[in-house]
Design a protein around this ligand. Structure first.
Ligand code: ZN
Length: 149
C-alpha cells in the first residue's frame, strides 16, 4: 500500500512542469562553529516544492549547539529569531503558528540530518527572503540569502 502511494506521488512529481526535482533540492550543512556551509541558497521560482536537507556535521548535542533552518522575509529575521528563542526547544525555536515563517525544520544536534520540504505557493519570485537558524543566539550569524527567482 505504502509503495503504491509513493509510486503515485513520484508519477505526479515527474509529470509536473517547470524545474526538475534536483534543482529544487538543496543540501546545507551546519557545524559546531555556529556556521552554515553557505550564505546563499538559490532555487528556481518554478519549483512548486523545495527540499532542504540540513546536516549537522558537528558533535554537540541539540541542547548545546542545535541548528535548524527557517525561511522568512528578510525584514522579519530579527523578530522571528527573538520570538523563536522564547518558544523554546520543544517548539524547535519557532513561535507556534508564526505566519511570518514560510518553512521551518526541526532542531538537530551533531551527527543528525533533517529534511525540510515545503510548498512555495506563499513565496513570490524575486522576493527578499532569508534562511536562518533560530537556535538562541544563532540567528544574527547563522543566516543567508534564500533566492527564489
Ligand atoms: Zn544554529
Amino acid at each position: 500500500m505504502t509503495t503504491r502511494i509513493l509510486a503515485a506521488a513520484g508519477l505526479m512529481l515527474s509529470l509536473s512542469f517547470g524545474a526538475t526535482a534536483s534543482e529544487c533540492e538543496v543540501a546545507l550543512e551546519a557545524n559546531d562553529m555556529m556556521q552554515f556551509s553557505t550564505k546563499l541558497i538559490s532555487v528556481p521560482a518554478s519549483c512548486e516544492e523545495v527540499s532542504i536537507t540540513l546536516k549537522h556535521t558537528g558533535k554537540s548535542p541539540a541542547q548545546a549547539m542545535g541548528h535548524n533552518v527557517v525561511i522568512t522575509d528578510t525584514a522579519n529575521v530579527q523578530a522571528v529569531g527573538t520570538d523563536g528563542m522564547a518558544a523554546g526547544l520543544d517548539n524547535n525555536y519557532v513561535k507556534p503558528g508564526d505566519e511570518r515563517v514560510y518553512a521551518a525544520s526541526k532542531v538537530i544536534g551533531g551527527g543528525e540530518t533533517t529534511t525540510l520540504t515545503f510548498k512555495t505557493d506563499k513565496l513570490s519570485a524575486g522576493g527578499d527572503y532569508t534562511f536562518l537558524c533560530t537556535f538562541p543566539g544563532h540567528w544574527a550569524i547563522m543566516q543567508g540569502k534564500f533566492e527564489f527567482k
